[in-house]
Design a protein around this ligand. Structure first.
Ligand code: F6R
Length: 262
C-alpha cells in the first residue's frame, strides 16, 4: 500500500484524476470501477474537464459502479445511476451501454448479484477500482461485519450510513435502507485499487482502516491485503495517521511518484 498525502483537497482530487487518465491513455479499453458520494463529485468534474480540454477519450472504456440503492429506478435523482449520468457519463464520450450499475429494481436479488459478477467477469475484470470510505469504514456498501470474501449482493445499511447519506435526499426518510453492493471479495479482485479520502470527518476512520487491524468491523481495512493499492488523502483526512512522515518519505523517494511531485 502507498499513502500519498496532498496539501489540499484540490491536489488530492487532481492526482486521483490524473492517475485514472494516465491509465486510460495507456489502455483505451480500460475497465474502471467507480464510486459515488460527495468525495467523488470533484474527481468526475476533473475527468470531465480532461475530456473537454485535453481530449481524454472514454469511447472504449467500460465502467462498473460499486453500488446502487434498492428500490430506486434509474431516473430517480437519488439513484446512483442518475448521479453517474449527471456527474460523469453525460459529460464524456462514453458509450452508456458500457456503463454498469446493479439494477436497484431487480426482483430477484440473488440473481442480480450473480448477474453483476458475471458482467464484471465477461469484461475481463476491473483494471482499477476507485474507492471512497464511509464514516463507518465501509467500502462500497460493505457495512461492518460484512464478510471480507463477500460478493455482489443486497445489504442492509447501518444507521451511520443512513445519517451520512439521508441529508442528500429531499426528504431524508426516502433514503432506502438497503442497497446492492459489490462485495469486499469482488473489490479485492480489481487489479489496482485507488482510494481517495478527504476532509477532517474521515480522519479517525481512515487511520483505523490503514493502520488498524484487519477486521470486518472496518471493511476498508481489507485493502491492506491488496497487492497494488494507492490511498490519496488531503492533510485534513491524514490528521490521525501515526506514520505520516514515513508515507511522505516514501513519496519523496519512490521513483514512480517523482512525476507527481508538486
Ligand atoms: C458509494 C460508495 C461509498 C462512498 C462512501 C463515502 O458508491 O462506494 O462507499 O464512497 O460512503 O461517501 P462520501 O464521499 O459521500 O463521504
Amino acid at each position: 500500500m502507498e499513502v500519498i498525502i496532498q496539501k489540499t483537497t484540490e491536489q488530492a482530487v487532481e492526482l486521483t484524476a490524473k492517475i485514472i487518465a494516465e491509465n486510460i491513455g495507456i489502455k483505451p479499453d480500460f475497465v474502471l470501477g467507480l464510486a459515488t458520494g460527495r468525495t467523488m463529485e470533484a474527481v468526475y468534474a476533473e475527468l470531465s474537464r480532461m475530456h473537454r480540454e485535453d481530449n481524454l477519450d472514454f469511447s472504449l472504456c467500460k465502467t462498473f459502479n460499486l453500488d446502487e440503492y434498492i428500490g430506486l429506478p434509474p431516473e430517480d435523482k437519488n439513484s446512483y445511476r442518475y448521479y453517474m449520468n449527471y456527474h460523469l457519463f453525460n459529460r464524456i464520450n462514453i458509450d452508456k451501454r458500457n456503463t454498469h450499475l446493479p439494477n436497484g429494481m431487480a426482483e430477484d436479488e440473488i440473481a442480480e448479484g450473480k448477474h453483476y459478477e458475471d458482467l464484471i467477469k465477461r469484461a475481463g475484470g476491473i483494471d482499477l477500482q476507485l474507492l471512497g470510505i464511509g464514516s463507518d469504514g465501509h467500502i462500497g456498501f460493505n457495512e461492518p461485519i460484512s464478510a471480507l470474501f463477500s460478493r455482489t449482493r443486497a445489504k442492509s445499511l447501518t444507521p451511520a450510513t443512513y445519517a451520512q447519506n439521508s441529508p442528500l435526499f429531499d426528504n431524508p426518510e426516502d433514503m432506502p435502507k438497503r442497497a446492492f453492493t459489490m462485495g469486499v471479495g469482488t473489490i479485492m479482485e480489481a487489479r489496482r485499487i485507488l482510494m481517495l479520502v478527504t476532509g477532517a470527518s474521515k480522519a479517525e476512520i481512515l487511520a483505523k482502516a490503514i493502520e488498524g487491524p484487519l477486521t470486518s468491523m472496518v471493511t476498508a481495512s481489507a485493502i491492506q491485503l491488496h497487492a497494488s493499492c494507492t490511498v490519496i488523502v488531503d492533510e485534513a483526512a491524514a490528521a490521525d495517521l501515526k506514520e505520516k512522515d514515513y508515507y511522505r518519505w516514501i513519496f519523496e523517494n519512490e521513483p514512480e511518484w517523482q512525476k507527481y511531485r508538486q
